[in-house]
Design a protein around this ligand. Structure first.
Ligand SMILES: *[C@@H]1O[C@H](CO)[C@@H](O)[C@H](O)[C@H]1NC(C)=O
Ligand SMILES: *[C@@H]1O[C@H](CO)[C@@H](O)[C@H](O)[C@H]1NC(C)=O
Ligand SMILES: *[C@@H]1O[C@H](CO)[C@@H](O)[C@H](O)[C@H]1NC(C)=O
Ligand SMILES: *[C@@H]1O[C@H](CO)[C@@H](O)[C@H](O)[C@H]1NC(C)=O
Length: 290
């Protein structure tokens, strides 16, 4: 019975010659560019009975509507205010294409195009995705005596595939930190990817793929670092240590000799005191010097 009603309905719609359609596949909105959501219906040069509504599938928010031969912006969801437009002159040709600019992460989802004429109502849905091309990755290099750290930073959307590859295309690291600093309001992830190499020279390639937008970035990095600074540093350290040890030794020797001299002069005065009994200093007493 149900399928009979359905058949009857489709027969009726086909008979009335009223049809609404959207292009196949999903639409990808790109940050910084307007997005076009196509929707076509059987053309009718008389616009007065036309009621056209674009809505979000998930919650029926009104994205844009047109009836009484004009845009009805007061019923539009505030989320879409000042961002949408129809090509009004195209409506006569059965073209209900909607333009949205600027686009953001919040625009991701389903869009329903509903067109009503006296002949009937037709609906069609289109899915919108969102992406942002990753910016040119910024490279920072930091080295110490034991390793070299490479860091790339970039912004884009959605999560990319990243990797660090060696000379034979072997995977060295897939480290990735994705931070959504502004909780989706900017529609961008902040990406950080590290690679730490224990060797003082390296030849690696950083690769980033944003599959949604078919974006691929290859950034080769080649560093030859002899570690001269480390060697100089080591030499300086060794010299300092030797100098310190020698200084300490010298001070010890001086202290020892000073102590010895003091002791000797005490002995001398003792001799002198004793000597006073026989009236003269013993000539065999050696003189004390450093
Ligand atoms: C939309 O544009 C009007 C006029 O340009 C402006 O007064 C209004 O604040 C804007 N609304 C939003 C939500 O940006
Ligand atoms: C509908 O109108 C838009 C804007 O002029 C145009 O880009 C698009 O190609 C039209 N669609 C068709 C199917 O003609
Ligand atoms: C050198 O840098 C690496 C990576 O930042 C760190 O893990 C390591 O502790 C550092 N070594 C020295 C001697 O500072
Ligand atoms: C790095 O590797 C690439 C190929 O893997 C090679 O063409 C290039 O000459 C290498 N560069 C250095 C400095 O070794």
């Amino acid at each position: 019975m149900e399928s009979f009603v359905f058949l009857l309905l489709s027969f009726f719609t086909t008979c009335a010659g009223f049809d609404v359609s959207v292009p196949k596949g999903r639409v990808v909105a790109i940050r910084g560019q307007p997005v076009i959501l196509g929707c076509e219906f059987t053309p009718n040069p008389d616009l007065s009975p036309l009621v056209l509504t674009w809505q979000r599938v998930e919650d029926s928010r009104v994205v844009h509507s047109f009836y009484y031969q004009k845009d009805q912006l007061e019923y539009q969801s505030p989320d879409y205010r000042n961002r949408t437009s129809l090509f009004v002159s195209e409506l006569r040709n059965g073209n209900a294409t909607l333009r949205i600019e600027p686009v953001g992460l919040g625009d991701v989802g389903g869009y329903l195009c509903t067109v009503s004429y006296n002949e009937g109502t037709g609906k069609a849905q289109v899915r919108l995705d969102y992406g942002a091309f990753y910016t040119e990755p910024r490279l920072s290099i930091s080295m110490n005596c034991s390793s070299i750290t490479l860091l790339y930073e970039a912004e884009g959307y959605p999560e990319p595939e990243v990797g660090w590859f060696g000379e034979h295309d072997e995977v060295l690291s897939n480290h990735i930190d994705l931070i959504d600093k502004a909780k989706g309001t900017t529609g961008l992830y902040y990406l950080k990817s590290y690679f730490v190499s224990p060797s003082p020279s390296l030849n690696v390639t950083f690769r980033l793929k944003n599959h949604l937008l078919n974006q691929v970035l290859h950034r080769p990095v080649s560093i030859t670092y002899g570690g001269e600074n480390c060697r100089t540093l080591n030499a300086v350290t060794t010299a300092l240590i030797v100098f310190c040890v020698l200084s300490v030794l010298l001070i010890l020797i001086i202290l020892f000799l000073l102590a010895k001299r003091q002791k000797d002069s005490r002995d001398l005065s003792y001799t002198l005191t004793n000597g006073s009994t026989n009236g003269r200093l013993s000539p065999s007493r050696p003189t004390v010097g450093l």
